[in-house]
Design a protein around this ligand. Structure first.
Ligand code: APR
Length: 231
């Protein structure tokens, strides 16, 4: 079997069967919160307590969530070493890690916080609020969720682009293709000659760009695909 360089992009849909809310489905996170209030630097500046509560609730929800067969299958693929697998996720949960994968979080992580004054980052599993103090520079009220908000630059774009330029296969799992730069990865991969596969419950905004799309739940389709690619 020839080793392939595979880049896998995941979105909220891969964690849906673990009970984690997606964003744009009916009843999703953006139906109950205004993006500008809880997912922008301006929203945090205007009402940091509201933003802390939004992320504290999502962080607490992780305690009762568990990886599902889709996360487990990607970990099996990555750890098989049969192929060179780079997983970049838009998700801020830790379910890929708990399944045994190494992933790059381009939109940050719920279990990480940072100081807006000195950029120090540290792990926090507990709630944070406006009284939190940065352990590095001791500034108070500068502690924020380590989440990439709208209008901010996602983490590691050069590294991601380098992987997309070199991959043989680009797979997108559980994302609506609504938010750039992630939504443009399929076109970048195609421009460099990669084959492209989408696994998603519904048609996404980028479905037409993919060589192949598989419609359905990640918990069933991803293990089936991993079995195929490892056989
Ligand atoms: N299996 C596969 N796909 C699923 C499942 C499932 N069980 N459940 C939902 N989906 C699909 C939906 O069809 C939808 O296309 O997952 C996608 C989720 O889309 P969004 O809710 O828009 O989430 P996502 O694409 O990850 O959002 C991207 O937007 O708000 C920002 O930063 C936030 O990272 C997020 C980014």
């Amino acid at each position: 079997m020839i080793e392939q360089k595979i880049v896998i992009l995941t979105g909220a849909g891969i964690s849906a069967e673990s009970g984690i809310d997606t964003f744009r489905a009916s009843g999703g996170l953006w139906e109950n919160h205004r993006i500008e209030d809880v997912a922008t630097p301006q929203g945090f500046a205007a009402n940091p307590a509201l933003v802390h509560e939004f992320y504290n609730a999502r962080r607490r929800a992780l305690e009762t969530a568990a990886p599902n067969p889709a996360h487990d299958a990607l970990a099996r693929l990555q750890n098989s070493a049969a192929h060179d697998v780079f997983i970049v996720t838009q998700n801020v949960d830790d379910l890929h890690e708990r399944a045994g994968s190494t992933v790059h979080h381009m939109h940050g992580e719920l279990l990480s916080v940072k100081c807006a004054a000195c950029d120090w980052q540290w792990e926090s599993r507990s709630d944070i609020d406006i009284t939190a103090r940065c352990p590095a520079c001791q500034t108070r009220a500068s502690v924020r969720p380590d989440i990439v908000w709208f209008g901010e630059m996602p983490y590691g774009m050069e590294k991601i682009e380098g992987r997309l330029a070199a991959c043989d296969l680009f797979v997108s799992i559980g994302t609506s293709g609504a938010v750039y730069p992630a939504a443009g990865f399929v076109q970048m991969a195609k421009a460099f000659g990669a084959r492209t596969l989408e696994i998603n419950l519904d048609p996404s905004e980028g479905s037409a760009f993919f060589d192949e799309t598989r419609r359905g739940k990640a918990g069933r389709l991803v293990p089936d695909w991993v079995d195929e690619i490892l056989s």
